[in-house]
Structures are given as structure tokens and as C-alpha cells.
Ligand binder design. Sequence first.
Ligand code: GDP
Ligand code: MN
Length: 393
Amino acid sequence: MDIHEYQAKDILRGFGVPVPRGHLAYSPEQAAYAARQLGGQGPWVVKAQIHSGGRGEAGGVKLCKTEAEIKDYAASLLGQQLVTKQTDANGKGVYRLYVEEASDIAQELYLGFVLDRSSERIMIVASAHGGMEIEDLAESDPDSLVRSVIDPAVGLAEYQARDVGFRLGLTGMQVMQFTTFLKACYRAYRDLDAMMVEINPLVITGAGDLIALDAKMSFDTNALYRRPQVEALRDASQEDPREAIAADNGLAYVGLDGDIGCIINGAGLAMASMDMIQLAGGQPANFLDIGGGASPERVCQAFRTVLSDRNVSVILVNIFAGINRCDWIANGVIQAYREVGIDLPVVVRLSGTNVEEGQKIIRESGLPIISADTLAEAAEKAVAAGAQKIAAE
Ligand code: GDP
Ligand code: MN
């Protein structure tokens, strides 16, 4: 789960990371008032709060010298979709702005904490050349990247933090500040079950101090149950609307670009089904694992979620029932026809517990459901039905 920059800065500030002073604003008037509250002669930085980086290049970050300039800029940004290199063509809606006192930048560094899956540990990635995206940096200047893997039994040791600082070319007092900075970021990462902390840029000011000019944090969704204070930071306006609906219904769903909607039980079977769809010449619209013991109500919710995607032209239900029961699934499909109102072809393949009963329920329902016996057959029938539906339109 991603959060906004201002939220990440609030968290990091609490752990002792130096960040610029700032205030949140939902309107041009609030943005101007935020600058007044910050005081000083300006300039101030006004930053669009969206779940994406690359805002600077996209016009979502501006240095403003007067309150009038802040108001004008805020008015031009709020309510708009901001498209960056990291968003899709729709961009992300700007509903919140963050107004900060401007910092005096002497040097921009890159600092990231990521989960390194090969060593199964948290890894620091840093570079003396910040400001640009890490992907571009890895491309243009791979030798500048400093990596350091943290031993979970020891935590981030002082000497290790100093070593990273020296490798970035920092000197005396800056290394001391950097060590404190790194340890605070690491504690925030570890204590809150983060997946990523990224400070880009980490700035050395004209006075020689370190400050987090930008901050990005994302969190392990599977740990949110024990981090209610993090879960409360969720902003559904920034999520794929399909995935937001799925999350509200407690379904494991990932939106994709194709037109074949998938309702499947088990992550493995879901992946295999997506492969079979591609093999049959089609494209899945989503990954959806309905889970074990799916009640008819849950099947209905799955239909609602899949149908919230307007690109879907056919639905493929593929259930291998172990803990599930085919008759429940069949009843769920029929209930979905009644309650959700389905005007798309539906292909159902059932296998496992109570399969005869499930197939009988489908057969006797009188609904135009296309049955299939095997995974391959189901995928082929779904691709054919989807193509027919699209051709008919
Ligand atoms: P991103 O583009 O979404 O990653 O947003 P950032 O927060 O990283 O801001 C983009 C760029 O705006 C930074 O790399 C800086 O060059 C510039 N910027 C942001 N805040 C300040 C500031 O306080 N002072 C100055 N001079 N530039 C800033
Ligand atoms: Mn940035």
C-alpha cells in the first residue's frame, strides 16, 4: 500500500528524520494560508500529493514567490488528473497539496531502503547523484550506486551507516548526520512493516545540513492488520478503482489490460488460467483469487468486482474445489445472474468436491452459461465467446 509524500514525511519526522516544515491544503485559499502559517518571505514549494513520483517533470511541483502565485498554481492543479512518467495515461487525481518552506539545495543524493528478495533482507541503495529516478540512475550511472544489506539480527550498525556515507563521498559532520538519518529511516521501515522507503532527493543544503526533500513509503499489505495507524493512511482515490472495490470486498485482485474477466480459486490456478487464456490467444482482464470456502455471497462480490471493469467482454469461472464446494459456486453464479445482472457470456469450469451437483445446478438453471470440462477447453471457449461479443458490438 502506498501513501502520500506528506504522510511519509510525518512518519519519518516522528522517527527523527529531518524534513522541511509544511502544511497540507485542500483548496487554493488553504494553500495560501499554509504559506502564511509557515511564515518567512518565501519562496515556498507547492507539491501535488498523488501516489506517484515524477511530479516535478510533470508540472506537479512549483516554487512560488508570493501568496497570489500559490493560489493561482493551486487552482490550476486541484481537481486535475496529473499524468507522470510513472502513472498510466489517465494519471492520478490531485485533491491535496503540500506547501513547504523552500530548501536551499547544494547537492541532491538518492537514498532508498528496499526489500532485497535474493538476500531476504532489507537493503540500502544510495547514490551521490539524486533527483532522477533510480531506474534511470541504474541505467546512466550504475557505478554510482552504493548498496548495503542489513543483517536483521544486528540491525543497521553505526559502522555500516558510516561506510555508506563515506562511499557517497560525504565528509566529517555530514557522515554523523547521515548515520542518524539512515538509522531513523531504517527504524521507520522495520517498525511499520514497510516495503520501501525512498528519499529522492536527500538534499545537502547550502549550510551543509541533510534534509529529506521528498519521501515515499509503501507498506506490506499483509501486515496492515497489525498496523492500523498505517492502514488509516490509505487513500482510495489514488488506487485503481477496480482494485479499491476488490480491497473493500476482501478479494485478492489485480487489474490487467485484457478483456477476459477471471474468477478463480487459488493463486496457482489463477496464474495457470491466465497462461491458458494467453495460449488460446486472449488476454486476461484481471487476476482474482476467490479463496477457499467461497460462499455464494462471495461469488457475487467477485462478479461485481470483475464487472466493474468496463473492458471485460466475457467472464471465466474456473474452480477446482477442495475446501470449496462446486454446488456453492454454482449457486453463487446463479445468484450473481439474479442480483448483479450479467449481460456477458459466462464460461464455467467446475472440478472437485460436489462437481456433479454443481454441474446439475448450472444445467437446470436455464441460464446461458457455457460449461467446460478442462482448463484448456474453458480458456478456448472464453476467448471465442469474448471475440464473438466484441464482434457483435
Ligand atoms: P518528484 O518529481 O515527484 O520526485 O518530486 P520531488 O519532491 O522529488 O521534487 C522534484 C524536484 O523539485 C526536486 O528534485 C527539486 O529539484 C525540486 N524541488 C522540490 N522541493 C524544492 C525546494 O524546496 N527547493 C528547490 N530549490 N527545489 C525543490
Ligand atoms: Mn522525488
